[in-house]
Design a protein around this ligand. Structure first.
Ligand code: AMP
Ligand code: ZN
Length: 457
């Protein structure tokens, strides 16, 4: 049997996955900053780590999955001001919308979703610890900074050295910092901003310290897997390493994983460029029954370390492929036996997933299996298809219900009326009904013997 290998951004190599505690896996993923709905690019990253969690569980690991919510941040304050709403109201509402979007996408609910504002105590403890080790200092402006020069491993994740970083530094040295690369741990309170009392004076946390504190509190000093989008490598994750390892003196993360971007054309989909679709506006355009699984299938068909271009055509193609699987399962109902990992196709599927989550190959195996199901009409093979898809959270809906989709027309009644019209040789009426259904995206398939099946286009 194959063993799981993971591409570790820290070492730039695929490595065998060996968790700290055998049989267990702790996973921390940087979650959203809750000032607005997530876009489809964010959804890609969250779907990728959902896949990682599912595959670890399918492989027998007891997984603790933590994904935080950043609910204190400049963008949040700005948006709350613009909208004239209280910060708590904005973050509460946006976090609920995020949970809805995740549910529509069919993502597993994390074991913990720590919110930054509820971990101010652990953040302050961590900052005090860093100060006691000479790694944090108070600037003249009242902010507290991390002293990058004091942490020898700085730059090891993003492979940058301090001199290069300094040479590239364009901003003027802020007078309060000892070194331009030092980053803020605690921001002194300003009028009209949320703040918390502390030994460093009233203030609020910097972004990076949040994740070090929440990850440490929820998963311990060393965590197995830490994930996020590609852009988080620097400075966010570099700074998390400096804070966590600077404080504990132990490795912070065993495997760093980064998901590649979803692009619009050649550019990263992003809020700041304005070239984005929110996950919910796409889901609203798709069929209510099929859409979530379709969008997730589209996002996961490419390898997670390859950039993916968003186009409506590719999204439709993903829906078409998914309906092909469900059609096979409708024609040949699956038996309920557990996955037989000894079957050659199951073994290939596993080997692909164990090879750094190679979904393009794994899904190609599923397509091959679908062909076998259609040819053999074997309930056992249909069961294998459904079971393998299920390890990644796919193909678990009732095929009939999935293929019919969330249709609001009374299709059954129209199909019956059309049959009656044909019987009465009223072909004009029969054709009109077919056209009406076609306009609503429903295809009729007349079967030998007179029965009519229907499905969503
Ligand atoms: P944010 O709320 O902007 O901090 O983003 C949440 C997560 O989505 C982070 O892990 C980002 O790296 C990730 N992300 C942002 N834009 C994209 C994109 N276009 N494609 C994939 N992931 C993204
Ligand atoms: Zn983070």
């Amino acid at each position: 049997m194959s063993t799981l290998t993971i591409y570790n951004t820290l070492t730039r190599r695929k490595e065998a996955f060996v968790p700290l505690v055998p049989g267990k896996a702790g996973l921390y993923v940087c979650g959203p900053t809750v000032y607005d709905y997530i876009h489809v690019g964010n959804a890609r990253t969250f779907s990728v780590f959902d896949l990682v969690v599912r595959w670890l569980r399918a492989s027998g690991y007891a997984v603790t999955y933590v994904r935080n919510i950043t609910d204190v941040d400049d963008k949040i304050m700005e948006r709350a001001r613009e909208r004239g709403v209280a910060i708590d109201e904005l973050t509460g509402r946006t976090a609920r919308a995020f949970a809805e979007d995740c549910a529509r996408l069919g993502l597993v609910v994390p074991d913990a979703e720590p919110r930054a504002t509820r971990y101010i105590g652990p953040m302050l403890d961590l900052i005090a610890h860093l100060e006691s080790k000479g790694l944090a200092y108070r600037g003249a402006n009242g902010d507290v900074y991390f002293a990058v020069r004091g942490f020898p491993g700085y730059g090891k994740l993003s492979r940058r050295n301090l001199d290069e970083l300094r040479a590239g530094e364009r901003v003027a040295v802020e007078a309060a910092k000892r070194d331009p690369l030092d980053f803020v741990l605690w921001k002194a309170a300003k009028a009209g901003e949320p703040s918390w009392p502390s030994a460093f004076g009233d203030g609020r946390p910097g972004w990076h310290i949040e994740c070090s504190a929440m990850a440490g509190r929820e998963l311990g000093e060393t965590i197995d897997i830490h994930g996020g989008g590609w852009d988080l490598q620097f400075p966010h994750h570099e700074n998390e390493i400096a804070q966590s390892e600077g404080a504990s003196g132990r490795p912070f993360v065993r495997y760093w994983m980064h998901a590649a971007f979803l692009n619009m054309g050649d550019e990263k989909m992003s809020k700041s460029l304005g070239n984005f679709f929110t996950a919910r506006e796409i889901l609203d355009r798709l069929d209510p029954v099929q859409g979530g699984e379709q969008l997730r299938f589209f996002l996961l068909r490419g390898h997670y370390r390859s950039e993916l271009a968003y186009t409506w055509d590719l999204l439709e193609e993903a829906g078409h492929a998914l309906r092909g699987f469900y059609t096979a399962l409708r024609e040949v109902p699956a038996d309920g036996t557990p996955v037989d990992w000894g079957h050659p196709l199951a073994a290939r599927f596993r080997a692909a997933m164990d090879d750094d989550f190679d979904t393009p190959v794994a899904f190609a195996v599923l397509h091959e299996l679908r062909g076998e199901v259609n040819r053999s009409r074997s309930a056992a093979l249909a069961g294998l298809l459904r079971g393998l898809g299920g390890t990644l959270g796919f193909l678990q809906q009732d095929p009939e219900a999935f293929l019919k989709g969330g249709v609001t027309l009374d299709v059954e009644a129209l199909v019956a009326e059309r049959a009656a019209a044909k019987k009465a040789r009223d072909f004009a009426r029969a054709d009109a009904i077919r056209a009406e259904l076609d306009a609503a995206g429903i295809v009729l398939e007349d079967r030998p013997g007179g029965a009519t099946e229907w499905r969503k286009k």
